[in-house]
Design a protein around this ligand. Sequence first.
Ligand code: HEM
Length: 454
Amino acid sequence: MALATTLPGPSNYIALSKAYRDDPLNSYGQAWRTHGDLIRFKAIPGADLYFVVHPDAVAHVLTSHGQIYRKAKSVHEPLALLLGNGILISEGESWLRQRRLMNPAFHRQSVMNLASVMTRFAQARSQRWERYSTGTVIDVAEEMQQLTLEIVGEALFSTGLDAHIDTFSVAFRRAAEFINDRINNPFKTPMWLPTKAHRQFLHNRDRLQHIALELIQARRHQGTHQENIRLDLLAMLMAAQDADTGARMSDAELLDEVMTLLIAGHETVSVTLSWTFHLLGNHPEVRHQLQDEIETVLKRHPPSAEDYTRLPYTRMVIEEALRLYPPVWAFSRETLRDDEIQGYSIPSETFVLVGTYFTHRHPEFWSAPEEFNPERFTEAETAKRHKFAYHPFGGGPRICIGNQFALMEATLILSTLVQRFDLEPASTQPVEIDPTFTLRPKGGLPMRLIHRSP
Ligand code: HEM
């Protein structure tokens, strides 16, 4: 059968379009409503971008035909400036080795063992909030960023990062903005040019790397076999030996993995919790149901690993927040050879963007898709749905390694804080979305902290 070669799509070049750079969610959204679930965009003259929204097509790219896709170079080269050849970026044999090495640290039982770390930091944050008088406005986005960074540091590397939290958060935010701009800029200036933006980025990267290297070197100094050190991810990475050569990972290799996990392991969970609090602030009926569950199950005790499975509604609230505001709102691949999706041919070396945010709001798969309704995530409702209508953690072999970690952490943090506080909107202005890097609330998330009576 002869394949159709032209897919519907707009006629302008999106990589040159200010609208797509400044407001990608609305721009892609409009194109999706106009042209449908599989769109061919012109990126720059001579290069196309295929935009994929239908769950069948998402499943095709991530799973059934995943072997003919790799991560897109034009996105991963800028990202590699920060993450080197860490697990998020690497491909082929090197990726497989890294993934196999790290998998045990993310198995369900390993994650369950980290619950006490998660709860301890959530409680410390709660105690800090106790000191604010009721009605104080706090930036929930900032609070969640710090908390999730503390947790990932302690859980995977046995260091709460202590005095480094602020430096890390600020330097990461600035470095992420630079990388986002570089990804979206079709005319990339070489990094050796000493422009102001390059110098600032390198300065921020140095600050981040300095913190990660200090962590590695402190561990080398302590040795990995002391009794007081948990067999954490860093210990596992340091102990691993190459099957052929017997070599262990160098500090430079460890640095890439530590940077990757510190970054991938905190930003996304922090954004998830921010949006969850935002949604709860605007939906008191859901908040009350959530409080009821938490009070009945926890009876004012801190949550434990076992409680995680006893808080189904809490988990449903988080899953629904991840549907409406998937932190990774789109992700990219490129074809290794010619492919065909839903009857359309896609040439080799083509950039493919999976539009998770739009799949999650697709009216064919979600009724009243713009509404916040955790009931969509009962087991029965989930079983009825197309598996790829919901994919906040991606899918296929490159699925998020930290998905169990993230869901456990978000559940434990939410149930700890909701026991003590209500968070209400600090303003009547709508909260805007900032889709740079991850999907964040624009300019932070100011909310009013209300103490709940005991
Ligand atoms: C709600 C929180 C999270 C979300 C929404 C999320 C989302 C994602 C997505 C969509 C991918 C796949 C990207 C692609 O295929 O191109 C991914 C990969 C990854 N995530 Fe997460 N993530 C979250 C939390 C975490 C946590 C807590 C960790 C670690 C502690 C983590 C570590 C990673 C790593 C290492 C990869 C790369 C895996 C590989 O390529 O083998 N993530 N994440």
